[in-house]
Ligand binder design. Structure first.
Ligand code: GDP
Ligand code: MN
Ligand code: MN
Ligand code: MN
Length: 251
């Protein structure tokens, strides 16, 4: 398997056709998977914003004040307002904002980015990343799956890594249940989040700074003969960590 950064992509602006820009720079094969950093999907679809677009209401002011009290750092209530507007629910209020976005992804600050956003204060995540992935896929010269990725923190472990927030053309996961290990024991629980494993690979190549490589092509990786499913974001029902968090924050 190879992970190939697409070279020489320009600074992406609103209205840019990411599929066309990719096609001009690499000869895609039908078995390739195209991983696109959400940053450029957001830029292309006009999801840049400024703090002044988010006048803070009382709730945002109290959320920002609480963060300021907890961290000792100045917090802009307009930023809290942007996070609240981009979120379905606030899961942790202090010492940072952990929220669920409208499309189901749980992340810090609703994934609002303040890096690599020339001319604006904020970059919001795409509104419907899987829909954006499908649009990019439809524009490519070949019929290749597309992933929209973001760099994301994680509980329990230090360090951020790439995850997939939108996908099209392949299942989100690969189901090993019912298959057998080397001892002949039947696997009972393993559903592998292949879109996240591929996102981490792509993100490793893309880097986080000024590298200028937001699109990475995964070549010669094979899904194999397995079942698949599109479940990625857990429902509250089956998410015991989220349930425990709720108990803890409302106690
Ligand atoms: P995120 O993980 O989706 O938040 O994206 P990052 O801000 O970490 O950027 C991922 C990669 O894309 C890095 O290599 C950046 O230098 C690059 N990048 C970000 N914006 C642009 C852009 O508009 N054009 C190009 N060519 N590269 C960009
Ligand atoms: Mn990001
Ligand atoms: Mn990143
Ligand atoms: Mn194992």
């Amino acid at each position: 398997m190879q992970a190939l950064p697409v070279p020489d992509l320009p600074e992406i602006r609103e209205g840019d056709d990411i599929a066309a820009l990719v096609d001009e720079r690499i000869d895609l094969r039908p078995s390739d998977i195209v991983a696109v950093a959400s940053t450029v999907v957001s830029k292309a679809t006009g999801r840049t914003a400024d703090l002044d677009d988010f006048p803070a209401d009382d709730r945002a002011r109290s959320v920002a004040q609480r963060l300021e009290d907890a961290t000792g750092d100045e917090k802009d209530p307009r930023f809290a307002q942007a996070v609240l507007e981009e979120s379905e629910e606030l899961l942790i209020e202090s010492p940072f904002l952990l929220t669920r976005t409208h499309f189901g992804h749980i992340t810090v600050n609703a994934g609002i980015d303040r890096s690599n956003v020339p001319g604006h204060d904020l970059l919001l995540l795409p509104e419907d990343p899987s829909e954006r992935a499908a649009e990019i896929r439809a524009g490519l010269d070949v019929d290749a799956p597309v992933l929209v990725t973001d760099t994301c923190g994680r509980p329990f472990r230090h360090g951020q890594r790439g995850v997939t927030i939108g996908w099209a053309g392949m299942p989100a996961s690969r189901d090993w249940r019912g298959e057998h290990d080397r001892d002949g024991r039947e696997l009972g629980v393993t559903v592998q989040s292949v879109v996240d494993e591929l996102a981490a690979t792509a993100n490793l190549v893309a880097g986080e700074g000024a590298g200028g490589t937001p699109v990475v092509v995964i070549r010669d990786w094979d899904f194999g003969e397995h079942g698949g499913s599109d479940e990625l974001f857990r429902d509250l029902d089956g998410d015991f960590v989220q349930q425990a968090l709720r108990q803890w924050s409302y106690e």
